[in-house]
Write a protein that binds this ligand. Structure first.
Ligand code: AMP
Length: 144
């Protein structure tokens, strides 16, 4: 299974903020959109990723003052990305090894074209397993 199949199902919207947006804006966006991470852009390019975990770390390190500081102060700049052609299994290995739950997807020109979360991967895999089980039941039922 390829990453493109997940995007086909969930859509290609990437929720993003610019690097100078405040941590408070990021927290409000994560809450409003019910998501776990936001992509950070600078001059239209991918500059980082900021997840709810970064918000917690920022508050633990700098207290409430962190909320007025820019996302660039707390985001992860070295973002692991994938392409639509990557296998979902490889994506899962990347997430497990890197200990993160979100991976932005880039197209052939290096532009953002989606974001996959570990929740999307698990949902897709469960659907696949259920479909395979139904096919097997049908096969066994029609064999006799
Ligand atoms: P998450 O598990 O996605 O909430 O993220 C845990 C930590 O990994 C946070 O510090 C994120 O900024 C960072 N992170 C999330 N996604 C990625 C990614 N694709 N590449 C690199 N770091 C990431």
């Amino acid at each position: 299974m390829q990453v493109s199949q997940i995007l086909h199902q969930k859509g290609r919207e990437v929720v993003s903020l610019t690097a100078d947006a405040s941590l408070s804006e990021a927290a409000q966006l994560l809450s409003r959109r019910r998501i776990g991470a936001v992509v950070i852009t600078e001059a239209g390019e991918l500059a980082g990723i900021l997840s709810e975990r970064d918000v917690v770390r920022a508050l633990a390190a700098d207290g409430a003052g962190a909320l007025a500081r820019p996302c660039s102060a707390y985001m992860t700049g070295a973002v692991a990305t994938c392409t639509q052609e990557n296998a979902v299994e490889a994506l899962l290995a990347m997430m497990t090894q890197g200990r993160f739950r979100h991976v932005p997807v880039l197209d052939g020109s290096g532009r953002l074209c989606g974001l996959v979360s570990i929740g999307d991967v698990v949902k897709m895999q469960i659907e696949q397993i259920l479909a395979e089980a139904a096919n097997l039941r049908h096969y066994i039922g029609s064999a006799g």
